[in-house]
Design a protein around this ligand. Structure first.
Ligand code: GTP
Ligand code: MG
Length: 475
């Protein structure tokens, strides 16, 4: 069975290419302020698992519809020959250069495509559209009109009345902001217009819904892996005796710390790109505060913690005591002991107060040791405080949410302003525990087994769901 094909047609510069980009999940399509951006028809299939579900044809806008209609009227004898007359028009003018844009846009319709007619609902309806709407009606193809609003004004009522005279179904559909559910409902509406398309479009809707669920699960697994990596990450170096004498502990710690931070940021960037790829967004321009720290005090910035950290109450309701989130307080004491015992010959410890929960994020410390062959090892990390994990997790889920709700017509800068982790309050107790235990294990350098990894990914998926619901309630 051949997949349905839809030609997206209309006046120049009304958002045709934007509709094509969103419905075909393709962010490479040229969209621009100038009319005449699209000059040739171009097909964009939507493919899931190697199967084309439907194809959209982007087309140039009508240039001289009244002249075209005059030609059609002069060459038609009765209403029964109108579709053939349109076909004859395309054949006659295809190569003569006089109606290039009209031939480009009508050709797919004469070859069996359905019509998606796009208008801008933010400007008033005017009768100048009637010639092009009449031409489209003459093709006899199944038709759907979309009111896409480019500006802020709303004239959709007058558009609805006029479009209803020419098209079988009329919908409001904002190419940039329409939620995913509207894409699905559009497919189903089209399925009602053409019996042969009902089944393939119903199947397409099912495929897209399954793909969306699958993407969310995969995104959760990607976030879980990065979280594990970042929580347990250590920057290591082995030094010869000579090197040891040449570098002070402070300098060594400084060097390791710098590369530790660089690596952590890199991991976060890789995660951002992986999530975007998963959703077929390849050209997103992002603005996001870097994972930062206060270099003077060796502390992660308080802004990060305030925005993304979790509070005592959150952990208490998950069954963890008030001190659970720091953990570091205890470890620092233990480290002090081992330092005294000589097993560790160096250590950078910040002001003790800062390790207690509620103040700041506790940072990793430098540990150095001597190997049996006389070489010295130095490690920096892992981070001493599971709050760091909540910062990474909050930032990742916030980014995922914006990407998963971004339409492929969107070209605006993605501004990832910090939110608050309050949404985690909607997370069930079991998921809270799973996440917290996993963070603590990573922090203590205990590797996660496969079962724990799976549990972490699924708890993160629950957290994504909680975030989604929280955002929905806010708007
Ligand atoms: N805010 C907003 N702007 C939109 C929307 N759809 C289109 N635009 C803007 O409208 C302009 C034209 O969009 P295109 O999709 O290129 O329009 P087109 O009909 O394909 O234009 P041509 O190919 O030139 O005929 C671009 O600047 C888009 O960013 C929308 O839903 N919301
Ligand atoms: Mg275009």
């Amino acid at each position: 069975m051949t997949a349905p094909v839809f030609a997206v047609v209309g006046h120049p510069n009304k958002g045709k290419s934007s509709i094509v980009a969103t419905l075909s999940q393709n962010d490479a399509i040229a969209i621009a302020l100038e009319p005449g951006t699209t000059r040739k028809r171009q097909e964009y299939p939507l493919t899931v698992d190697g199967k084309t579900l439907y194809t959209l044809v982007d087309t140039p806008g009508f240039q001289r519809p009244r002249r075209v209609l005059a030609w059609l009227e002069a060459h038609s004898i009765s209403a029964s020959d109108r579709a053939e007359t349109v076909q004859a028009f395309v054949i006659q003018h295809r190569d003569d250069g006089s109606f290039t844009d009209e031939c480009e846009l009508l050709a797919p319709l004469t070859e069996g495509a359905g019509i998606i007619y796009v208008v801008d609902g933010s400007v008033p309806y005017s009768a100048q559209h009637e010639a092009e709407m009449t031409i489209l009606r003459w093709t006899g193809r199944p038709s759907l009109a979309l009111i896409n609003s480019i500006g802020d004004d709303d004239y959709s009522d007058s558009w609805l009345r006029a479009l209803g005279q020419f098209f079988q179904v009329v919908r409001k559909f904002d190419a940039v902001r329409a939620p995913f559910e509207q894409h699905i409902s559009l497919l189903r509406a089209f399925g009602q217009l053409e019996p042969a398309w009902e089944q393939p479009l119903e199947q397409a809707a099912a495929f897209l819904l399954a793909q969306r669920r699958q993407r969310r699960t995969e995104a959760a697994a990607l976030i879980a892996r990065t979280l594990e990596d970042m929580m347990s990450f250590r920057e290591k170096r082995t030094l010869t005796t000579l090197q040891t004498s040449e570098i002070s502990d402070t300098d060594l710690a400084g060097q390791l710390r710098t590369s530790w931070y660089r690596n952590q940021r890199k991991r976060e960037q890789h995660l951002r790109i992986a999530i975007e790829k998963l959703y077929e967004h390849h050209r997103v321009e992002r603005q996001e505060a870097e994972l930062e720290w206060h270099s003077e005090h060796d502390l992660f910035s308080e802004d990060s913690r305030k925005a993304w950290g979790v509070n005592r109450r959150y952990l208490a309701t998950a069954g963890f005591g008030a001190g659970a989130v720091s953990g570091a307080g205890v470890d620092v004491l233990a480290l002090g002991h081992s330092l005294g015992a000589g097993a560790l010959v160096g250590g950078l410890i910040g002001a003790a107060g800062s390790y207690f929960y509620g103040d700041r994020l506790a940072l990793p410390v430098l540990n150095t040791g001597v190997l049996t062959n006389g070489l010295r090892t130095a490690t920096f990390g892992p981070v001493q405080d599971s709050q760091f994990g909540y910062v990474v997790l909050g930032r990742a889920i916030n980014h995922w949410w914006h990407i998963s709700h971004r339409n492929h017509a969107g070209r605006e800068l993605l501004d990832l302003a910090p939110a608050h982790n309050h949404w985690l309050e909607h997370l069930d107790r079991a998921s809270r525990q799973t996440i917290h235990r996993a963070l603590e294990r990573c922090r203590k350098q205990r590797a996660l087994d496969d079962k724990t990894r799976l549990a972490l990914a699924s708890a993160i998926e629950q957290a994504m769901d909680a975030y989604d619901k929280w955002r929905l309630n806010r708007t």
